[in-house]
Ligand binder design. Sequence first.
Ligand code: CP
Ligand code: NVA
Length: 307
Amino acid sequence: MNNFINISDLSKNDLRSIIDSAKKRKSERGKKPHSEPDADQPLKGKTMIMIFEKTSTRTRISFDLAVKQLGGSSIILNQDEIHYGKGDETIKDTAKVLSQYANILMIRTDSHNNVEEFKKYLDIPIINGLTNHGHPCQVMSDILTFEELKGDIKNKTIAWIGDGNNVSNSFIEAATKFEFKLKIASPKKYHPDADVIKIAKKNKCELLITEDPYKAASNADCIMTDKWISMSDKGDKKKKKKILKKYQVNNNIMQAAKPDAIFMHCLPASREEEVTSEVMDGKQSVVWLQAFNRIHAQKSIIEWCMK
Ligand code: CP
Ligand code: NVA
């Protein structure tokens, strides 16, 4: 059994095999209806429990469909419906109980430590469905989407423009493993986690951190951004938005990238803040395919965890 908590925990080979098997399973499935299982049903008779301490549209639905397509069943729990979420049962005791009811756990939580703590006491695999520190499932499915449209991501250039947040942390980890170039433009105050940057540089990741959005966008194969205010953000939101204003992804930024560059956003988006509607609804935008591919990448992540 394997846990999927940080991209940096996995070997290059395992990460590549997850992407390649997602491509294979997606193409073999063809146009089957969303809830119909794949022929081999590798998760038949098995259950995934999902705990959401934070809101979610895509992760919740795409994991549910992923489990169904693998032939298994899922139970979705919100924070206020369970003792652990309400604070009257420990992670240790919850983990011991869940291990007897299910075959795999997915959790979305504010505290990355909670995921690590669950891992200590679970007898079943755990998947990180977003923490304050990372969003590895999103990044794996974005790599799947990128490669579907633009081929091997190795040596390609991805530009991240805006807040240095959980998703950008996972992208930095992915850049080291998948060997793509990553240029991040954000104000100094909102750079991604210093530890993540330090490890990437030690591992010879081709990473540029700049305060200039045009320098990051220049010659990129893909422009990415995310909300300026993440679910776990606690500071002065108005002030943060003001500082990030010059990092909006608009047509000027898109024009600095390669003419055939794609635009990606993990969603949900705050239109006219981090991205204009013109870009989000424009010809270069692939945001809807990104959301769809969450199903396919996560099927592959689940299968890898169950090995
Ligand atoms: N991108 C993403 O994880 O979306 P949700 O918050 O809707 O799950
Ligand atoms: N950075 C965002 C991603 C949402 C999918 C957040 O953490 O809220």
